[in-house]
Design a protein around this ligand. Sequence first.
Ligand code: THU
Length: 130
Amino acid sequence: MTDRELLLEAIRATEKAYAPYSRFRVGAALLARSGTVYTGANIENASYGATVCAERTALWQAVLCGEKEFDTLAVAAVQADGTPIAAPPCGICRQTLSEFSDGSLRIIIGTPDGLRTFTLRDLLPEAFGL
Ligand code: THU
């Protein structure tokens, strides 16, 4: 699976978002080392703090299927007016991802027009761990 194909999966996943409050739809596609792709989307709540980001819904789907090792995460977002926008993972998602990565997880952020590639270590240096 190419980075662009994984990003297209993330873009498709934005359609699954439940985002009636922000109308900011986020999709994530997480490629496990097994080769399986798990997708996620943001799920908002009237109690705003109970909202869960797309990256974490994808990660939880994967972990619940027994996956612990991941190769690449792609993230895509669409603004309220329908415009695609590159959206890097928030701090909580970076920390959550670091539970399952030594920092080498590749993270792709993009729109249909292009993508950028990082590692989790780039986005979360000196990650906290126990
Ligand atoms: N959101 C994500 O899904 N991922 C992030 O990394 C940042 C923010 C969602 C949460 C909320 O539903 C909406 O984007 C606006 O913050």
